[in-house]
Design a protein around this ligand. Structure first.
Ligand code: DX5
Ligand code: ZN
Length: 219
């Protein structure tokens, strides 16, 4: 489970980080958006650095930007443990992968819902993770695109001989999450549909609840 920080309450960030730490989420998902690659603006390196000073949970940076090569270093300096960027971005993909890896940071490639899995072929040897968008990137709270499940299954088959983590971003709910795991996903980005879904309970308890559902689906 990767907790999507952009879905949190900015005024309660410190308290929420504390709860995320107590509940031991696997990673913190940090959405970066440039207003070009996706319509909205997202999080920034200084914020990542401040968060890194408060927690030892690994930080999974998702760059939704046209030029990952130009900004990767800023996020590495700020403390990213893994950087994922889009295969549809405008920079040289292999050059960007190698640049990130050279600095001992893990690297992932992200695919929008309509991008063919074939685009991954030249990079499978070089990456640690593939993240499939289950929604169009950039907008929170959307419903999962139904073809996602079949796509996860196909990707799982495709990468079966590599040690590649399959992460799914967007549209994760108590209903869709277990189905994503059943189809072959390893890591789910949990946002407005799960742990940040508004209700009375604490973030820590919501994480425990969601984890139970997701773990059961792996049995
Ligand atoms: C969307 C972001 C996601 C976001 C998804 O572009 O990349 O990380 O958390 O939000 P939900 O969980 O609301 O679909
Ligand atoms: Zn994301």
């Amino acid at each position: 489970m990767s907790a999507s920080l952009i879905c949190g309450d900015p005024l309660k960030l410190e308290k929420e980080l504390d709860e995320l730490q107590k509940a031991q989420v696997d990673s913190l998902h940090f959405d970066v958006m440039d207003g070009h690659f996706v319509p909205r603006i997202g999080l920034y390196p200084e914020m990542l650095k401040a968060i890194k000073g408060q927690t030892d949970i690994p930080i999974d940076v998702h760059l939704m930007i046209d030029h990952p090569m130009a900004y990767a270093e800023k996020f590495i300096e700020a403390g990213a443990d893994l950087i994922s960027f889009h295969v549809e971005s405008k920079d040289d993909i292999l050059e960007t992968i190698n640049f990130i890896k050279k600095q001992n940071v893990k690297v992932g490639l992200v695919l929008k819902p309509n991008t063919s899995l074939e685009t991954l072929n030249p990079f499978l040897e070089s990456i640690d993770l593939v993240m499939l968008m289950a929604i169009q990137p950039g907008i929170l709270g959307q419903k999962v695109i139904p073809e996602t499940f079949e796509r996860i299954f196909e990707l799982a088959h495709k990468v079966k001989d590599y040690s590649i983590i399959i992460e799914i971003d967007g549209g994760v709910t108590p209903e869709t999450g277990p189905k994503m795991i059943e189809h072959g996903a390893h890591l789910l980005v949990c946002g407005t549909g799960t742990i940040y879904r508004p209700h009375e309970d604490t973030l820590e308890n919501k994480i425990i609840e969601v984890r139970k559902i997701i773990d059961q689906s792996q049995l």
